[in-house]
Write a protein that binds this ligand. Structure first.
Ligand code: BGC
Length: 427
């Protein structure tokens, strides 16, 4: 047996997002999207985990496990339900939540935007509307001032690449459900601007806070003929946002799997030809990308072990993305702000955590500045278009009674957090 010792201090935590756990997020674009006739959503979020009311119990449980950090998000649609009017009662609510986090001995890490937008923003075009980044920054200023000295860690926009790709190119059945390259590009530009403006807003309101965006990154493994497509995808989904993180205090890395890409003919030939011009590439690549995203199983090697999401079970993939960030932004602090697995077998979750952490530990041994590990998710919750069919929680939630069950993986992660060590079977 070997003990892998993690540096101190280290943020050890679990994460949630408001819409996925709070319940009743009626003023948001997602709420409307779930109700729309023909919606791609499997379920309505409804009461979710009712965390809006049960936050104290959940926070106390996370702290009792031995974790030291809770990453959660503030809902813009609640704080600013109508353009320009701030709901003081909601700010008070999030102050109480944050006080409970601190009171339990946890460090709050607050995400300012986790996928959802107020309906009034969505009606104007969401991230495609040129006014959205400034409006987002104004809301960030309000929140950061309201939380004041309570919060030292802010995540600005969660997975901007997924928002643009999943909703504006339409790959994941997210709102607004546009399906064209030009909406995609407009949303990317808005999200990049939003990233920069929100960072400035946080810094201005609370100069001592650490601020950064959190990025969805996969360990792409293209074969030779698929490289042009993956290069394009990375540029649009990851690199453009990582570049906008160049002045962030930390980079949040969120990696769920590795993705081998083996395009079949004629897609390879079409893309090789399309590479000659940006215009051709933006016509040829999106349909191939959408097909690839809609069928993750097709990308996994034959016979691969799959998670409920259909991803290959590949906990170590996070090390590849950490290394990539360290190459692109040398010396920048890195926090794994999400890493997790959807499964009904909690022993698999423990294995996922251990193998992921062992791989992360290697990157630390190699001198990379990894400062924390935040598991997705604290609770089983509303997995966007996939609804309640995915179980990501270290704490289970009964869908009928909403009763919580602390799973062995929660205690396991808590033990690692408390001791700062992971015991592995390796020599
Ligand atoms: C998101 C979470 C989501 C998780 C699992 C991340 O893309 O930030 O909201 O639930 O992955 O799919």
């Amino acid at each position: 047996m070997t003990d892998l010792v993690f540096p101190e201090p280290f943020l050890w935590g679990a994460a949630t997002a408001a819409h996925q756990v709070e319940g009743g997020n009626e003023g948001s674009d997602w709420w409307e999207w779930e109700q729309r006739p023909g919606t791609p959503c499997r379920d309505r979020s409804g009461v979710a985990c009712d965390q809006y009311r049960r936050y104290a119990e959940d926070i106390a449980t996370l702290a009792s496990l031995g974790l030291n950090t809770y990453r959660y998000s503030i809902e813009w649609a609640r704080v600013e339900p109508v353009e320009g009017s701030v709901a003081q009662a909601e700010l008070d609510h999030y102050r109480r939540v944050t006080d409970a986090v601190i009171g339990a001995g946890l460090t709050p890490m607050v995400t300012l935007n986790h996928f959802t937008l107020p309906s009034w923003i969505a009606r104007r075009g969401g991230w495609m509307d040129a006014a959205t980044p400034a409006l987002f920054a104004r809301y960030c200023d309000v929140v950061v001032r309201a939380l004041g000295e309570r919060v030292d860690w802010y995540c600005t926009i969660n997975e901007p690449g997924v928002v643009a790709f999943g909703g504006y190119l339409g790959a994941f059945g997210f709102p607004p459900g546009t399906h064209d390259a030009s909406s995609w590009e407009k949303a990317i530009a808005g999200l990049v601007d939003g990233q920069r403006r929100s960072r400035a807003a946080v810094r201005n309101a609370r100069p001592s806070a650490k601020v950064g965006a959190t990025h969805s990154m996969q360990a792409w493994e293209p074969d030779e003929g698929s490289r042009p497509l993956v290069a394009y995808l990375r540029r649009m989904n990851e690199d453009v946002f990582l570049e906008a993180s160049e002045a962030d205090d930390f980079v949040g890395v969120q990696t769920y799997t590795r993705v081998p890409v083996h395009l079949a003919e004629p897609a390879r030939t079409i893309l090789r030809l399309a590479l000659r011009s940006r215009r051709l590439m933006r016509l040829a690549a999106p349909p191939v990308l959408i097909r690839q995203a809609k069928d993750p199983v097709a990308g996994a090697p034959k016979g691969a072990r799959l998670t409920q999401m259909g991803y290959e079970f590949a906990p170590e993939a996070v090390a590849a993305t950490i290394r990539r960030v360290a190459e692109l932004l040398p010396g920048r602090d890195i926090i794994v702000t999400e890493h997790g697995v959807a499964t009904d077998d909690d022993a698999e979750r423990i294995e996922f955590i251990d193998r992921g952490l062992a791989a992360i530990h290697e990157t630390i041994r190699d001198g990379l500045p990894v400062r924390g590990y935040i598991h997705w998710s604290a609770l089983d919750n509303f997995e966007w278009a996939r609804g309640y069919s995915m179980r990501f929680g270290i704490i289970g939630v009964d869908r009928t009674t909403l009763a919580r069950t602390v799973r062995p993986s929660a205690r396991h992660l808590g033990e690692i957090a408390r001791t700062g060590r992971l015991t592995t079977a390796g020599a």
